[in-house]
Design a protein around this ligand. Structure first.
Ligand SMILES: Nc1ncnc2c1ncn2[C@@H]1O[C@H](COP(=O)(O)OP(=O)(O)O)[C@@H](O)[C@H]1O
Ligand SMILES: [Mg+2]
Length: 365
């Protein structure tokens, strides 16, 4: 994915650190973003996402390290000399200016001619699909409209990079999902490099070329959404992205990267490197497992015996909850049809392919 971008090191944060009142918030953080890429900073509240974004914008000074944009060190420059666009969660439109004046604000500051400014404003009003609200004031707009205007205002001066801090978190779910898709396609059409802060994993998965998963001031994993979901690099990433069931196991043998693991008396195969006797956690996505009558699981699959506890209907699928032999809970996605044919309290074989088996060190926590 990254190879599709011409400059893989367009925005570079190198060994960036930040403390507040003696407390380290970011620790020697490194991040490289390609020109034209859409990158999300994803992590729980308080992990340092906004702090990093504000340092890129110049609203906060770095304590250590440098930030480079397009080959130029920007970390010492004031915000107005960085050519960055910023969109905040709370829209932050100028209330006493009309939509047209809001969008024109950054353009006028740059000294374009009136006709150029007007033409650019009109173009961005079209791009955000709101050509008819140009003369309104922000107070007469819905939250979704205000956020579209905030995006247009940030983009109109043609920034080198667009920074967005949880811009949709105040919107209801339907509108948020529509705006995610709309913004993604707008930014792709414009080819602008974007850094997007969110604590919402689905939002990050939907929108991003790459996701930097942050935890307590460090980046735990940086990769394409598919890779982060498919191959979580740590227990933190596993727990933060998507859902999984976790079984405690012990490594019985490793031969050339192929593991045999004992899980409550069942032998399970997976790829990985661990010495014999290591405690491991076997993690499984709900969509990667299937349910069969005992003894009839597909050839070559891992299986463990499980007892059906309950079923939860969630529309297109039913999530069935089972108890495994060591008391662990196992959630498996089934079609409502299939789930309806299972008996509560009965024992089944849960099966999954060795390639879909995620292995992490240590006992289940
Ligand atoms: N101006 C500040 N003064 C003191 N502490 C701050 C300040 N800004 C942020 N923090 C602290 O730094 C940590 C990271 O904050 P922030 O970057 O806002 O996290 P996030 O955006 O990931 O929720 C938090 O513990 C927060 O309380
Ligand atoms: Mg924040």
């Amino acid at each position: 994915m990254v190879s599709a971008f011409d400059d893989p090191s367009y925005l570079v944060a190198a060994s960036v650190s930040k403390s507040f009142q003696g407390t380290r918030v970011l620790e020697n953080l490194d991040l490289e973003i390609a020109r034209g890429e859409f990158v999300s900073l994803l992590g729980p509240s308080g992990c340092g996402k906004t702090t990093l974004l504000r340092m890129i914008a110049g609203l906060l000074a770095v304590d250590g390290g440098t930030i480079t944009l397009g080959g130029k060190v920007i970390s010492g420059l004031p915000p107005h000399r960085r050519n960055v666009g910023v969109v905040f969660q709370n829209y932050a439109l100028f209330p006493h200016l009309t939509v047209r004046e809001n969008i024109a604000f950054g353009l006028k500051a740059r000294g374009g001619s009136t006709s150029e400014v007007e033409a650019t404003v009109d173009r961005f009003l079209e791009l955000i699909k709101l050509p008819d609200i140009a003369e309104r004031y922000p107070s007469a707009l819905s939250g979704g409209q205000q956020q579209r205007v905030a995006v247009a205002r940030a983009l109109a001066p043609r920034p080198d990079i667009l920074l967005l801090d949880e811009p949709f978190s105040a919107l209801d779910r339907k509108l948020r999902e529509a705006m995610q898709i709309e913004l993604k396609s707008l930014l792709r059409d414009l080819g602008i490099t974007s850094v997007f802060v969110t604590h919402d994993q689905e939002e990050a998965l939907v929108m991003s070329d790459r996701i930097a998963v942050m935890n307590a001031g460090v980046i735990e994993q940086f990769g394409a959404p598919r890779d982060i979901y498919r191959f979580p690099g740590s227990r933190f990433v596993l727990d933060f992205i998507g859902s999984s069931s976790q079984l405690a196991g012990t490594v019985l043998a490793e031969t050339g990267g192929e593991l045999t693991i004992s899980v409550g008396g069942s032998e399970v195969r997976a790829a990985g490197h661990f010495v014999r006797g290591s405690p491991v956690t076997v993690a499984l996505r709900p969509e990667d497992m299937s349910i069969h009558l005992p003894g009839s699981a597909p050839e070559g699959h891992n299986t463990v015996p499980v007892v059906l506890r309950d079923r939860i209907y969630v529309g297109a699928r039913t999530q069935a909850h089972f108890t495994a032999s060591q008391g662990e809970s196992l959630a498996i996605d089934l079609s409502p049809d299939h789930a309806g044919r299972l008996d509560q309290g009965a024992t089944y074989a849960a099966a999954w392919s060795p390639e879909k088996t995620l292995i992490f060190p240590g006992d289940r926590q």
